[in-house]
Design a protein around this ligand. Structure first.
Ligand code: SF4
Length: 249
């Protein structure tokens, strides 16, 4: 992957869910995408168990972390990342993710949240969905300060080990700009390194392509809606592997 200058433009947490690339495909990213697709196909061909469904999403998360760490380590970055622990401005965006990522988060909540925490999460999810209902993206952006991600708790991600691909890619070189944009109710971000997003987009495309190839539901999901879907039905992991439509798109 080539190194290029930091970019400054409008950006949201919707960029890593496998949508069309913004410019002609870079062979390096296409190779990454193909490799993730092959990994997904191999995992699913190994059996239709809940473990396999979790493994599909984990393969993408692990590879994204590895690729991002290598990029940060090996690139001669002109400016350091401005992100720091406890800085949560980008968690006031609307997150989109793939079905395997949503399954991983749902499972994590089942395993690690107590009944009260789970009830609190479901209440926040319903509030977020009600607040967004019937609104355009622009109208939602205007009220983003009142719409934190339902998984944000005390300025921290409550599912950090399995947070979505797009959250892993998200970063800024200017935390002040992130704060101003949040308070102004727009989606203009400070400068950032587009390669981090392109890497994760490539992995997300491979994840989607592998899922599709094996007859499993793919597509971009709204995080809040996807988690509600997860908790409203039995055995979502195995049902997804069997090709059922687990999530509403
Ligand atoms: S999933 Fe976690 S990291 Fe992503 S927006 Fe929500 S709280 Fe933030």
């Amino acid at each position: 992957m080539k190194k290029s200058a930091a970019k400054k433009k409008k950006r949201s947490k919707k960029q890593a869910t496998g949508g069309a690339p913004r410019r002609p495909a870079d062979p390096a990213y296409e190779a990454i995408s193909r490799r993730e697709k092959e990994t997904v196909v191999e995992i699913i061909a190994g059996g239709q168990t809940a473990d396999k469904a979790l493994e599909v999403g984990l393969s993408a998360l692990v590879w994204a972390d590895h690729g991002l760490a290598r990029f940060d380590l090996e690139s001669d970055l002109p400016r350091p990342l401005a992100c720091s622990e406890g800085c949560d401005h980008c968690c006031f965006n609307q997150v989109e993710l793939t079905p395997p990522e949503a399954l991983g988060i749902g499972h994590f909540v089942e395993r690690h949240f107590c009944p009260e925490e789970r009830a609190g999460l479901l209440a926040r999810i319903r509030m977020a969905l009600d607040a967004k209902a019937g609104k355009s993206q622009r109208e939602i952006a205007k009220i983003r300060l009142e719409l934190p991600c339902p998984l944000l708790q005390a300025a921290r991600c409550s599912v950090y080990p399995v947070r979505p691909l797009v959250c892993r890619a998200m970063h800024s070189l200017d935390a002040g700009q992130c704060q101003s944009s949040l308070q102004a109710g727009d989606l203009t971000s400070g400068a950032y390194y587009s390669q981090r997003h392109e890497l994760v987009q490539a992995i997300a495309r491979g994840l989607q392509a592998g899922s599709r190839a094996m007859g499993c539901q793919s597509g971009s999901l709204d995080l809040a809606r996807a988690l509600l879907d997860y908790f409203q039905q039995p055995d979502p992991l195995v049902r997804w592997l069997r090709g059922d439509k687990v999530f509403s798109l």
